[in-house]
Design a protein around this ligand. Sequence first.
Ligand code: NDP
Length: 344
Amino acid sequence: MSNQPGIFSSAVNLDLGGASQPAPGDAPAGAAGDDAVHDVVIVGSGPAGYTAAIYTARANLNPVLLAGSVTAGGELMNTTEVENYPGFIDGIMGPDLMNNMQQQAERFGADIRYEDVVSVALEGEVKTVTIEDGTVLKARAVIISTGSEYRKLGLEDEERLSGHGVSWCATCDGFFFKGQNIAVIGGGDSAIEEATFLTKFADKVTLIVRRDEFRASEIMRQRALDDPKIEIRWNSRVTGINGENKVESLDLVDTVTGEPSQLAVTGLFVAIGSDPRVGLVKDQLELTAENTIAVDGRTSTTSLPGVFAAGDVVDPTYRQAITAAASGCVAAVDVEHYLAALDS
Ligand code: NDP
């Protein structure tokens, strides 16, 4: 799962530097307020957000990071072993990696708050970030690192049976499928990672792939092909999820022959990729054709001055923990330069 916009609860009074005029879109009269104008507020707490917090904290910019109330840490909180993040010879569990980043940011004084952002006003010299209880944070610079969210199949029964056999998180829900026959949809690295993890619990995992080849990397493809508990259904699309109160079977159709079939399973894990989480900013920032936030070249500079973006929300291509972290570093350095130029 992905990082949701996040929050705060207490105010930190800072030197306001050159930018302390409230902007249009500030707190409505009577709303709980935070009178300080922070140097930088970071929205989102995946590798990009935490890395931006580490760098801006070390630059004495006293970042406030709004981490999300239930989604702090982002997608890696739902991942098992991360084998390709440099520096960990034997790999590291996704949640451990994120907890380490969070603690590293706090060690340098980052103010991490676990609430959800409901709106942002990004125009003008002072931006505002409003959280669920109506509190408004003001900031001279904002970093948007809201990550991405799981793609859905768009089937009628998907929502109804969500939590009743339909899941997007093997590490969260895999345990409930001990000794059962389940399915995973998708042909990318995520789907294979989920399927492999689920073989620890399930008797059999059917991997449903819509084409006749994987999108996943070679090492992951081989892992799926070599696993005796994973059966692959190529050229298959799920057209229906059946079950009164819990998943009982899936309707499938062969994408080549058009032949329908049914698959008896008690669980369905959807791992068909994710989309950038741009809901908060889509009406204020320029987006790309891929629906990511548009940034200028290799920078994190968006279409509005003082607003920077990092991580999966700007990246339609690489989408790795390490590239998100690097992108967070870029945003932090860009913020440093931006604020220094304002103050000079
Ligand atoms: P991807 O976009 O890479 O793969 C999505 C998969 O789902 C594709 O096989 C795609 O099929 C399929 N798909 C998409 N929509 C549907 C649909 N409606 N019905 C059925 N199938 C569908 O997403 P991932 O989440 O797998 O990976 C995202 C990024 O994260 C990648 O860069 C990946 O490398 C990385 N990652 C790396 C890991 C690792 O290194 N261990 C682990 C997990 C992720 P099609 O191919 O036909 O489009």
